[in-house]
Design a protein around this ligand. Sequence first.
Ligand code: UDP
Length: 457
Amino acid sequence: MGTVKLEPIAPCHLVALPYPGRGHINPMMNLCKLLASKKHDLLITFVVTEEWHGFIGADPKPDNIRFAMVPNVIPSELGRAKDFPGFVEAVCTKLQEPFELLLDRLEPEVSFIVADPFVVWAVRVGNKRNIAVASLWPMSASVFSTLHHFELLKENGHFPADVSVRGDEVIDYIPGISTTRLADLPTVFYDDVQQVLNRALEAVSSTYKAQYLISTSFYELEPHAFDTLRAKLSSPVYPIGPSIPHFEISKGAHDNDLNYLHWLDSQPKSSVMYVSLGSFLSVSNAQMDEIIAGVKNSGVRFLWVARGDASKLKDGVGDMGLVVPWCDQLGVLCHSSIGGFWSHCGWNSTQEAVYAGLPVLTFPIFFDQIPNGKQIVEDWKIGYRVKKKKVGGGDIVTREEIAELLQRFMDVESNEGKEVRKRAKQLQETCQGAIAKGGSSDSNLDAFIKNISRGYS
Ligand code: UDP
């Protein structure tokens, strides 16, 4: 535990500070909704940059959650897609001053901060002002442990390393992590964007000075990683995931067209593959053309969330497929017509698949998506890989490979198809046990609330 002293004031006023991106705002809001529902006298101020206010301002929320805005001093979400390292740097360097000005103005006095550690200065600000901070880790516990043990990669000669040559080398020495290939580590270890790696390491080390670490994962999903973290960190670690109920960020930004739900209602049970390749990263045009052709040639029914390039997908699919710009993903995943999820393996999507009990076709692109995909396929055994990152290049997956894989993936009658679905359902039950009253995540949340409530009304 750090040394911050809590001065009792009432009521307990918590400020939530997410990193400005969908995959970070969603779990932070989900946590706030859970806290607000369990502790009605808690006042929560949810801080977002101006850009995000339009997306979330109109969203239904409990009365004890209010929004506050800081000016948009960083590039837009679009800028995040174009220049990811530049966006990360801007968050790390430009947002602190406006946030501190806001803190000075907020009433009643702020008693607690829950911050995303990728806002790397947040714990420092809390410590400086004698405000306790909980870091909300937005990725898996395994990725936390991997970053935490970065020095081991160096000691074992795996950093720096050329993944195109050494990608198949085995890493079996990271505590809490099952044996992995070098190419299945987070891309920040080998993609030559040193700046982003440094910021990710800074994010992890910032949590050492926080008073609490909250994880969006759940204990039973990654028990060894959590045991390791609890043994190594001095602050309490609270796995409270999966990060649901889902926060619908779509309202206001897109139309409220729910036709896709009617379409799903008209499809046979477990027959539709849901495809979402993430909210801000894209694949190359050449790969996208192969994916589109592969999906169409497979004859598999699909619901695809696609951004800009959606028009190419719509031609010639008739009633077999639907393309939408946005949807309530968790609602879709839980619909009985959905039989599989082709995912980029963002951490939220990964947990939503587990919650919905669906098998996953993994197509990770970047950072933690790679080890998330590895856990899905090799550790939890609830999915298949679209491709294994090949050593020495040749990364494009052809339309023929994709069509064949999709038929295999959506075949619910084959032994393999039955087996993978059985495991997905078993993991779903474990997940639902964790969030049920008295389950591990629910109890951790209660313990966290008890801790932060000491001395407050
Ligand atoms: N999402 C959604 N509707 C969509 C696409 C995505 O609600 O059409 C949500 C999804 O449920 C998840 C989040 O956006 O909660 C994306 O987070 P994730 O970590 O999976 O990926 P990221 O976009 O951060 O790479």
